[in-house]
Every structure is written in C-alpha cells, then in structure tokens.
Design a protein around this ligand. Structure first.
Ligand SMILES: NC(=O)C1=CN([C@@H]2O[C@H](COP(=O)(O)OP(=O)(O)OC[C@H]3O[C@@H](n4cnc5c(N)ncnc54)[C@H](O)[C@@H]3O)[C@@H](O)[C@H]2O)C=CC1
Ligand SMILES: CC(=O)C(=O)O
Length: 308
C-alpha cells in the first residue's frame, strides 16, 4: 500500500503477480478492485480522500509515504521470525520498485518479522535510515498501556509506557519509566507494595508478548489494533506532528547497542514529515539495558545471515 500527500489512498498489489497463472492473476486483480470499490463507497464518511488501485507500480509514483503490509502471516504456533525466508523473497521484488517510483518517500514496514524486514527494506531501497521505519512496538506499547490501564483502573491514554526492542518474543517492557498522568508509577509506590506490583507487572509483560499468539489462536490473524497503530503512525508522519512513537529504526549506537551492528529494533523516536527526527533519551535501568541488548543480539543474528 502507498499513500501520497493530500490524502489520496492508493491500494496496490504488485506485478509480481505476473508470475501467477492467468486465472490466479485475474482473481487477484478482481480482489484488489473489489477492495478499492468497497473503500470508495465510504466516500461520504471520509475527508476528501481519493482511493485508487492498480497492479502496476507506477500507480505509487511520487508517494510521500509507502506502507508495506504484503506478506505471509503466522499460523497458530508460528513465531514472527519463522516468516523470514518467505517474506524476504517477496520484499526483494517489492522494495526496489517502490523506491524507484517514489525516491523521496518514507517507507513504513508492517509485514513480519517487522524488524528484520525494515532492515531488508533499508538495504534494498538505498534510502537514508531516517526514511525507513518499522511499525515495531507501537502496537505492543498500546497493548502494554491497555493492560496497565486495566490493572490500575485508569484511562489507557493517561498511561505513558513503552515496549522496546523486537516486535516479538524478545521485546522489553520499560517499567522504570511508566507514568500515569505524569506521575512515575514505580517510585510513587510504597515499598511494601512494590513486590506485589512487580509480580503484576511481570504478568502484564507476559500477556503483551503473548497477545498476538492469543488473537491468532482465537481468530486466525490480528487486524484491528495493527490497523489503528499504522493509521496513528501515518497521521504523525504525513501531518508532521513530531510525536514520539516506539518504532523500528536503525538502532546502532543507541542505548549501548554497538556501532558495528546495523540492527533494526524499536526505540521511542520523534517522527515527522521527513521520517525519524531523533531518538528519545529514556533512562533505562541496568536490567532493562541488558534485555534490550539481548533483543538486539537476537535480531542481529538473523539479519547478518541474510543474503541481500
Ligand atoms: N507488525 C505488526 O504488528 C503486524 C504485522 N502483520 C504482518 O502483516 C503481514 C500481512 O498480514 P495480513 O494482512 O494478516 O495477511 P493477509 O494474508 O490478509 O494479506 C497479505 C496480503 O499480501 C499480499 N501478497 C501476497 N503475496 C504478495 C506478493 N508477492 N506481492 C505483493 N503482495 C502480496 C496478498 O495479496 C494479501 O493481500 C504478515 O506478514 C503479518 O505477519 C500483521 C499484523 C500485525
Ligand atoms: C501479528 C503481529 O505481529 C501482531 O499482531 O503483533
């Protein structure tokens, strides 16, 4: 999918479809046109949005933001990292074409494993790192805030809390910086409560990490929350809102991640029209730093073996 400025929304399914048999190709084109019409029929409820679709990459030309959601998804029990080979092969066809059509765009990757594929997109596009972003733990952080809000009986929008690292099994919860309405949660608890809260928070962390597995087991895929998460990121990027989101980015040199590891993972970053403006300097405890570096190692082991 690619989105140009002034809000046209381009639905796009690429010409790698030419490798399919004619009946499959027709089916794919029909599905794409069906999706386009279904969205166009919402015109009266939308703010002046033009929606078009094509299987030709030229339809994306001059986009300000390209969002890649194509790819195989997990089946129950599979991890995101199990998708690497299938989706890297697909990205080798998609990314160079998008980069050629929209050389000044920002690319937002959603397909899994999102951190690895964001790295792959950076390499294949030749774009500066600041214009290649993965949706990363923007979604995990919303799940985290939802569960914390439920536990503390407050509104999730008043909870500031980040998950960082891999969008996956090695993600890291930043306990020490959680605030509710600006009040730091851990330091405001009386000593006697801390043990109890630490146990509750660990249960919440495990629930965040297990969230996608649970939804996939129950309904086959996740869709609503990631849709809101990506819309939230697109709004910040296209409207130059300069908000802070945890997203997947080139993390070398930040938080003790070595300079020679070109690893992509999520850190809280300020985003605007030109992509990443800067990485927020959140204070981590020693334990949080260790977990983050471990997450970086997990991803780097996979990334460095890719043949791009
Ligand atoms: N980062 C995140 O938080 C999330 C990531 N995902 C990931 O997004 C990806 C898509 O998931 P769903 O939308 O549920 O899957 P889906 O199966 O509903 O959609 C995948 C789409 O990819 C397209 N596609 C398949 N092969 C293609 C090719 N060679 N070229 C171009 N397009 C192709 C298909 O036509 C289909 O429309 C998966 O990798 C999934 O794991 C999904 C939810 C959350
Ligand atoms: C599928 C996936 O990555 C998620 O919902 O978190």
């Amino acid at each position: 999918m690619a989105i140009a400025q002034t809000d046209p929304l381009l639905l796009f399914s690429p010409t790698s479809a030419t490798q399919l048999s004619p009946p499959c190709r027709r089916q794919l084109r029909d599905k794409l046109r069906g999706e386009m019409l279904d969205l166009q029929h919402a015109a009266a409820f939308l703010p002046g949005t033009r929606i078009s679709s094509s299987v030709d990459y030229s339809v994306t030309a001059g986009s300000h933001l390209c969002i890649i959601t194509a790819g195989a998804r997990q089946i129950a029990g599979e991890s995101r990292l199990d998708l690497v080979q299938r989706n890297v092969a697909m990205f080798k066809k998609i990314v160079p074409e998008l980069a050629k059509q929209s050389p000044a765009s920002t690319i937002l990757v959603v397909s899994n494993p999102v951190d690895v594929l964001t790295y792959v997109t950076w390499k294949l596009s030749g774009f500066p790192a600041g214009r290649v972003i993965g949706s990363g733990t923007n979604l995990d952080s919303s799940r985290f805030r939802f569960l914390l809000a439920d536990h503390l009986e407050v509104n999730a929008q008043d909870v500031q809390a980040h998950m960082v690292g891999e969008h996956g099994d090695s993600s890291v919860a930043l306990w020490s910086s959680i605030t509710v309405g600006g009040v730091p949660v851990l330091s405001s608890l009386k000593n006697s409560q801390i043990k109890y809260e630490e146990e509750a928070l660990e249960r919440i962390r495990k629930a965040v990490v297990g969230s996608a597995y649970e939804v996939i087991r129950l309904k086959g895929y996740t869709s609503w929350a990631i849709g809101y998460s990506v819309a939230n990121l697109a709004r910040t990027l296209l409207r130059d809102q300069r908000r802070i989101h945890p997203v997947s980015l080139l993390a070398k040199g930040f938080y003790g991640i070595p300079d020679d590891k070109e690893v992509f993972l999520s850190l809280p970053a300020q985003l605007g029209r030109k992509g990443i403006i800067g990485v927020a300097n959140v204070e981590l405890t020693e334990e949080e730093s260790v977990h983050l570096r471990r997450s970086a190692e997990t991803l780097w082991e996979i990334q460095r073996q890719l043949d791009l």
